[in-house]
Write a protein that binds this ligand. Structure first.
Ligand SMILES: [Zn+2]
Length: 213
C-alpha cells in the first residue's frame, strides 16, 4: 500500500465521521472513558477494534508478541495500572489467537537470541501444563491448546496484581480470557472463573488486604 493512500483513507474517514456527527472530533478530544482494557497480540491480523466492533474511545489497548502480562515488563504494567486505577475500566481482556507466531516460536527448542527472555514466559506456561500438552498427539491441536493456556496464565498474571485485586474488591472488575479464531473470525470466550482463580492463588499472592503502605 502506498503512503499517499493511507492519507487519502484518513481524509475519507474524517469526512465520514463528520457526516454522521459534526462534533465527533470535538467530543473525542474531551477525554476518554473506555470500559475495556484489551491486551492482545501484535500480530497484524488481530486488531482489537475490528474484531470487537467498537469505535475510538471504547477500548484502551496494549499489544505485544503473544499477549503476555509479564510482571517485570514496565510497559504492560503501566498500561494495566493506568487503565484500572485512573481510567477505571471494569473489564480487562487478554485476547490470544490461533496461528500465533509467538506461541509457535516458543514451541521450538532453539536459541532465538533476544526473543529468548520473552518466549521464556510461554515456555514456562508449557512447563506448567506439560502433561496435558504432551498428551495431545496432533501438533496443531497441541499448539492451539497452548494458545488457550497462555491466555489463561496471562489472566492469572493479571489476577496476581494489586490493581486488579483492589478493583475486583471495590467495584467488581472482571478479567476475561478470549481467543480469536483466525480461521473463522470468531471470538471464543474461555470463560475464566475470576473468583476461582483468585482463590487458588490468594494464599501467596493476596495483595488487597492489609496494605503495607
Ligand atoms: Zn500472535
Amino acid at each position: 500500500m502506498k503512503i499517499e493512500t493511507i492519507f487519502q483513507n484518513n481524509e475519507k474517514w474524517v469526512a465520514e465521521k463528520l457526516a454522521i456527527n459534526t462534533n465527533y472530533f470535538n467530543e473525542l478530544a474531551q477525554g476518554q472513558r473506555p470500559e475495556f482494557l484489551y491486551i492482545g497480540c501484535s500480530d497484524s491480523r488481530v486488531t482489537a477494534e475490528d474484531l470487537m466492533g467498537v469505535q475510538p474511545g471504547d477500548v484502551f489497548v496494549h499489544r505485544n508478541v503473544a499477549n503476555l502480562v509479564n510482571n517485570v515488563d514496565l510497559n504492560v504494567m503501566s498500561v494495566v495500572n493506568y487503565a484500572i486505577r485512573h481510567l477505571k475500566v471494569n473489564h480487562v481482556v487478554v485476547c490470544g489467537h490461533y496461528n500465533c507466531g509467538g506461541v509457535k516460536a516458543a514451541m521450538q527448542p532453539v536459541d532465538m537470541g533476544i526473543l529468548n527472555p520473552w518466549l521464556r514466559n510461554i515456555r514456562d506456561v508449557y512447563r506448567l501444563h506439560k502433561d496435558e500438552l504432551n498428551a495431545i498427539e496432533d501438533i496443531n491441536a497441541r499448539y492451539n491448546r497452548l494458545v488457550e493456556l497462555n491466555v489463561e496464565e496471562q489472566c492469572v498474571n493479571l489476577i496476581k496484581t494489586a490493581a486488579v485485586q483492589e478493583a475486583f474488591r471495590d467495584r467488581g472488575l472482571i478479567v476475561h480470557g478470549w481467543v480469536f479464531d483466525i480461521n473463522t473470525g470468531k471470538l471464543i470466550d474461555l470463560k475464566i472463573n475470576f473468583q476461582e482463580k483468585l482463590e487458588a492463588i490468594k494464599e501467596i499472592y493476596n495483595l488487597s488486604d492489609s496494605p503495607m503502605f
